[in-house]
Design a protein around this ligand. Structure first.
Ligand code: URA
Length: 247
């Protein structure tokens, strides 16, 4: 499908510069589309196929981008903040380290769902709003798996309560959770919802405080164990296809 877009708008969306900066680059004859110098900012190009060259660098527009982050502790799940470092700051810093900041439509990227400031682990960041909506929609019951450490042993009764569903101060009980690999004061827990502070509130309801929380998976997407906290990588095509297919 041909989708025509003004070249100055496309360059902005690719994070190559502000509207005035890219107009200047175009006027100076520094921008080529499919091998031809473009002189007018209002020139329309096919965003799906055009190959842009700007100051010697080659860019191909990708409408959707998908990143997996191992979210570090101490960072908030937001796109911007006056005081705290955000996951978007982490993403920007990581991408600029590997020199791939330009060409990416960063301004539209947001985290899919929210992890608390002290929670670590899997966070998906994308500008694909439809996928994000589908993953977060309560109707879709997308499973999210966490590794949890608590401030005391987790008993059989506690597991039973968590697996049955439990009141956490809302009208209805939580949906049944799945507890695996329990060992003293730690376990894996899979939940099908994403209520505010849900895991902490569920454990609090059975008399335990969560002292460490790490998300391991969301739907079909599994945290890449090679990513240390604060590291980011692009999703593979297979990971994107699986997410889009299953949600
Ligand atoms: N549940 C929580 O309590 N915190 C998180 O960050 C994620 C799930």
């Amino acid at each position: 499908m041909i989708i025509l877009m003004r070249i100055d708008k496309l360059l902005c969306e690719m994070n190559i510069g502000s509207r005035s900066q890219v107009k200047e680059l175009i006027k100076k004859g520094l921008v080529c589309a499919d091998g031809r110098v473009v002189k007018k900012p209002e020139t329309h190009v096919d965003e799906n196929t055009v190959v842009i060259t700007c100051q010697g660098k080659v860019y191909r527009y990708v409408p959707y981008v998908y990143y997996m982050m191992n979210k570090p502790s101490g960072v908030i799940t937001a796109t911007r903040d006056e005081t705290d470092r955000t996951v978007l700051d982490v993403l920007r810093a990581e991408l600029s380290k590997c020199g791939s900041l330009t060409g990416i439509p960063l301004k539209d990227i947001s985290p899919v769902g929210r992890l608390d400031k002290d929670t670590v682990g899997l966070l998906l960041l994308t500008n694909n709003g439809e996928l994000s909506h589908n993953l977060l929609s309560p109707k879709n019951h997308v499973p999210k798996k966490y590794f949890v450490k608590t401030d005391g042993p987790i008993s059989d009764e506690m597991v039973q309560a968590l697996e049955n569903g439990i009141m956490i101060g809302q009208k209805e009980k939580t949906l049944p959770a799945v507890i695996e690999d329990r060992n003293e004061n730690q376990c894996m827990i899979t939940i099908m919802e994403g209520k505010y502070h849900q895991i902490k509130r569920m454990f609090h309801a059975v008399g335990r405080n969560v002292i460490y929380l790490k998300r391991l998976s969301m739907g079909t997407l599994v945290l890449d164990q090679r990513l240390s906290e604060g590291q980011v990588r692009e999703l593979t095509k297979e990971e994107v296809d699986a997410l889009c297919l299953k949600t």
